[in-house]
Design a binder for this molecule. Structure first.
Ligand SMILES: Cc1ncc(COP(=O)(O)O)c(C=O)c1O
Length: 449
């Protein structure tokens, strides 16, 4: 373990039990964690329980949570109506291996939010929710390649783990960026089927997709790119992409795993007025339980229907898990109430604008890229709108802010400089003010060097 930095001192002194847990966990869990993303230096804290906007760790610290389960907990933790719905379902049975009646009620509300989902199927994670529609698109078009944006993240399957992070010495010009596997164990044969395009750079995106159109089954995109932090589409990027893919006969897949029910009830497709062919949702869709879905145009989704000529396989023991569907349904019902997103966005904006203001007052250069209740703060003196822009940010300054804040009881999101943080409906004015005060102290220290 690296030696303790001064910004980590308070965190280390307040998390002795977490440290002891980590030392034991390391022996049985690779890197001591259940998901690589959860690890951060010097060691991650361990949670006892969570309620509303707070996490309580095993050392008894109460932490204001802006990671929110890495996105799902938009209502805050353990919302009483969601807990009630899940408990009631547990009482009725948790696993049928047959359709639960409430699945259709869930689909109805999902279709209200995203009318583009003419037909859908349930899955259990965002990874599955992007993996299946890629296969469906290949079957529908009879083509093998897919295009994904450099830096974007669509989960842990081989087609998605391409160009997630491109080492500096492998960065080429944007129109000719080879697909680089993210980590070991991914066959080169898969990388050869993935074409890279640069999100938010329309000229190059158009060039790449047009060039490879004859081989491309699908273009998959996070409509607000969260791989690499948070990048909001500019200059009608999504509308142009919609038109181009339609003209070229390529299936457009929106990965709304993070943006669905977060940037608007109807996700980014509602916010930006663009209708994809297929969509993947997860995270908020399950209200904190394992629920994901993918769907879209009937003619494409019907590739899954078994028939004599062959079809696309889609299955899953836990698909439409009754407890997840009940919890997701309760969550979506709350979110569908008029005025909910105005409130969600207002809470987000109070934090994000506050961070812009206080960092400026302290003379610390930052760019806070935000949309609604989701953001990332980049320590840089330039606007950040693309994944390449974010490659030379000051990661050390980010880490100082993040660790200093965590030591004082504020968890500013997924614990890496190229991730993001969120607000929830449960965060109060006091939580935001306290988090801003602590950030102000961190900025002061950063400014003093
Ligand atoms: C945009 C996006 N797509 C897909 C995934 C994968 O979801 P999961 O971790 O549920 O497999 C994530 C996870 O963070 C994501 O942010």
């Amino acid at each position: 373990m690296a030696s303790t930095l001064s910004c980590e001192k308070e965190y280390v002194s307040r998390t002795r039990k977490s440290r002891a847990h980590f030392e034991k966990a390391k022996k049985v869990l690779p890197a001591g964690v259940e998901s690589n993303v959860r690890f951060f230096e010097p060691y991650p804290f361990v949670v006892e329980r969570a309620k509303g906007p707070y996490i309580y760790d095993i050392d008894g610290n109460k932490i204001i949570d802006f990671a929110l389960g890495y996105g799902p907990m938009i209502l805050g933790h353990n919302h009483p109506q969601v807990v009630k719905a899940a408990r009631e379902q547990v009482g009725k049975g948790t696993m049928f291996g047959a359709s639960p009646e409430i699945a259709l009620e869930y689909i109805k509300i999902l279709q209200k939010a995203m009318p583009s989902m003419e037909m859908m199927r349930f899955a259990n994670s965002g990874t599955e929710a992007t993996m299946h529609p890629l296969r469906v698109a290949r079957a529908y078009t009879g083509k093998d390649k897919i295009a994904k944006a450099e830096g974007s993240y669509h989960g842990g399957h081989d087609y998605a783990l391409q160009g997630v992070d491109i080492p500096e010495d492998m960065l080429k010009d944007k129109a000719n960026q080879p697909s680089i596997p993210f980590g070991k164990g991914i066959p080169k044969a898969v990388s050869d089927l993935v074409v890279m395009y640069p999100f938010n750079d329309w000229g190059v995106t158009e060039e790449v997709i047009t060039r490879d159109a004859d081989e491309l089954a699908a273009v998959i995109i996070e409509p607000v790119q969260a791989g690499g932090g948070c990048f909001i589409p500019r200059d009608n990027y999504l509308k142009r992409l919609r038109k181009l893919t339609k003209d070229l006969g390529i299936v457009l897949i929106f990965d709304e795993v993070l943006t669905g029910f977060r940037v608007a009830f109807g996700g980014a497709q509602e916010k930006f007025g663009v209708k994809p062919d297929l969509t993947a949702v997860a995270k908020v869709a399950g209200g904190g339980y394992q629920l994901a879905a993918f769907g879209g145009k009937k003619a494409i989704m019907e590739e899954i229907v078994p028939n004599d000529e062959g079809n696309v396989y889609h299955g899953g023991t836990y698909n439409a898990h009754p407890v997840s569907v009940a919890a997701g349904l309760a969550t979506l019902k709350i979110l569908s109430k008029p005025g909910t997103y105005a409130k969600i966005d207002m809470i987000g904006d109070s934090l994000f604008q506050g961070l812009r203001d206080i960092s400026e007052d302290r003379g610390v250069d930052t760019w806070v890229e935000s949309i609604g209740s989701m953001a990332q703060m980049y320590f840089t003196d330039r606007e950040v709108s693309t994944w390449r822009d974010a490659q030379d940010i000051d990661r050390e300054a980010w880490r100082k802010w993040f660790m200093y804040s965590l030591g004082k009881g504020v968890f500013f999101g997924v614990p890496h400089a190229d991730e993001h943080f969120f607000t929830s409906l449960a965060h109060s004015k006091n939580d935001i003010e306290k988090s801003l005060e602590i950030s102000d102290q961190a900025f002061k220290k950063i400014a003093e060097g």
